[in-house]
Design a protein around this ligand. Structure first.
Ligand SMILES: CC(C)(COP(=O)(O)OP(=O)(O)OC[C@H]1O[C@@H](n2cnc3c(N)ncnc32)[C@H](O)[C@@H]1OP(=O)(O)O)[C@@H](O)C(=O)NCCC(=O)NCCS
Length: 224
């Protein structure tokens, strides 16, 4: 199933599924990022992610080029571009933007059917977030998956900027029904540009098949 871009038109976005792969092959340099021992599932998700990245760059008017990987597995985008990749099962999505549009972007897809053990809630959620889960005893698994997905999207946006690792307890999210998004705040500095207390917003959509989370962080020169 295809997901439409939730981003404004100055972002490049693409969502691809297995049928789009055809005879697509990642660039030989990109293939060096994939372990020769990678199992079929990993190989496929890597192909899907790189194809989504390629199409997202095309949507932004950027010529296709190999997207290699950094020390912490983060994708390395062309000069002046930020981006993020997500994949799950047969589907992948990618978003890219110029640095004068966003200093970081993130996306995350979780398959709805995937079981997330409720035992991880204490690891993933702060106390306030756990209280939000407990408001709906019959639906707390869904809320846990939404928080999990939104935090992964947030991580992908923040990490590449200054390479500081944010754990699940280093951000707190508060659901806003009216905008179908989480208001987030980071509880640990994500670098000089993003001190403790930096606010961010993560959109979160529940479709028939997925939970889809997306975030963009304002360009650095627009920050006060
Ligand atoms: C890195 C991480 C976010 C990936 O998420 P995931 O749900 O496992 O997998 P997804 O399919 O959604 O995304 C995988 C893609 O993320 C990207 N990615 C991996 N590490 C990354 C990093 N350090 N920074 C940015 N993007 C990264 C890669 O493009 C990867 O795909 P690829 O290996 O094929 O290139 C996750 O494994 C992780 O480490 N999370 C813990 C930290 C966290 O989420 N903290 C929350 C703080 S708000």
């Amino acid at each position: 199933m295809n997901i439409q871009s939730p981003f404004p038109s100055e972002f490049g976005f693409a969502c691809v599924s297995t049928e789009d792969l055809g005879d697509y092959q990642p660039h030989p340099e990109e293939m060096k990022c994939l372990s020769p021992k990678a199992v079929e599932k990993r190989r496929k998700e890597f192909y899907l992610g790189r194809l989504a990245a390629r199409r997202a760059l095309q949507a932004l008017g950027v010529a296709p080029q190999p997207i290699l990987k950094g020390e912490r597995r983060q994708p390395l985008w062309p000069e002046g571009i930020v981006g993020a990749i997500t994949h799950t099962g047969d589907t992948a999505a990618a978003v890219v933007a110029r640095k004068d549009t966003a200093c970081g972007v993130g996306v995350d897809l979780e398959t709805l059917g995937r079981n997330v053990s409720f035992r991880i809630s204490a690891k993933v959620c702060t106390e306030k977030e756990q209280a939000w889960l407990e408001e709906v005893p019959n639906d707390k698994d869904m809320r846990l998956k939404m928080i999990f997905s939104a935090k992964e999207a947030g991580f992908k946006a923040f990490f590449p900027i200054e390479h500081l690792y944010l754990g699940y307890q280093d951000a707190e999210l508060c659901w806003r029904e009216e905008s179908q998004s989480f208001a987030g705040v980071i509880l640990k500095a994500a670098g000089a540009h993003h001190p403790v207390g930096t606010a961010f917003e993560v959109g979160c959509r529940v479709t028939e098949d997925f939970i889809f989370s997306f975030v963009s962080l304002p360009p650095l020169d627009l920050r006060t």
